[in-house]
Design a protein around this ligand. Structure first.
Ligand SMILES: [Mg+2]
Length: 226
């Protein structure tokens, strides 16, 4: 039975076209240029290499250089969010209609998550934010991040519904036994994806499907057939 919903933050709770991650990507490249003395081309190819090899640029930097992760997180999240995000009244209403604990599970910092949730006007729905520090800097898609999350929440993977814009981050979740939702791509070909929706607001329809009495992960026992 599902007991909580784990939401990724960036490009899951707001659309990928919003411009937030483009700005963060620019700051990551600026960090690589300034701290490692790289050209723009070298910075971009190192960033891609680190993402492929380690999951995130920060993990790659930690594996290869003595960086201060806190300074890195402050540097790359220093963006004017008001330029990109607005309160989302529709999502606010959708989240209010779902009677399950909602948790943010992000590779970013808690401060960035708080700011994003406040700009979207949905902070009140989330009982907990599990950030990169809570995972001891072991970021998704490293399986240890998901295992650590379950220990922190005192939940079994089968009790978690996880919502993500990245298929890559859903693969280890599915392997552990979580129920998975992909956001932003309705058409996909991946056995790690249980549900796919084009917009985050459609999460209410996923919950409605899970609440069918016949569904093994039914989170709504009160609404099961008599
Ligand atoms: Mg994301």
């Amino acid at each position: 039975m599902i007991r909580a919903i784990l939401f990724d933050l960036d490009e899951t709770l707001y659309p990928a076209q919003s411009g937030v991650m483009d700005h963060i990507r620019e700051l990551i490249l600026a960090y690589l240029r300034q701290r490692l003395n790289l050209s723009p081309e070298e910075s971009e190819s190192l960033r891609q290499h680190y993402i492929q090899t380690y999951g995130t640029t920060m993990r790659g930097l930690q594996a290869n250089y003595q960086i201060d992760p806190e300074e890195y997180l402050r540097f790359v999240h220093d963006i004017p969010l008001h330029r990109y995000l607005r309160p989302n009244a529709e999502l606010d209403a959708v989240l209010a209609s779902i009677p399950l604990p909602k948790i943010v599970f992000t590779n970013a910092s808690r401060e960035h998550a708080e700011r994003v949730l406040n700009h979207l006007g949905i902070r009140r729905h989330f009982s907990r934010i599990v950030d990169i520090r809570d995972m001891a800097y072991e970021s998704k898609p490293d399986p240890s991040a998901y295992e650590r999350l379950c220990r922190l929440l005192d939940m079994r993977p089968e009790e978690c519904l996880i919502v993500e814009d990245s298929v890559r981050n859903l693969v280890p979740a599915k392997k552990l036994g979580m129920v998975t939702v992909l956001v932003g791509q309705e058409n996909h070909q991946n056995q790690s994806v249980d549900f796919a929706i084009s917009r985050i607001e459609e999460i209410a329809q996923v919950i409605a499907q899970l609440c069918q009495p016949s569904h093994s992960a039914n989170p709504c026992p009160g609404r099961a057939e008599p």
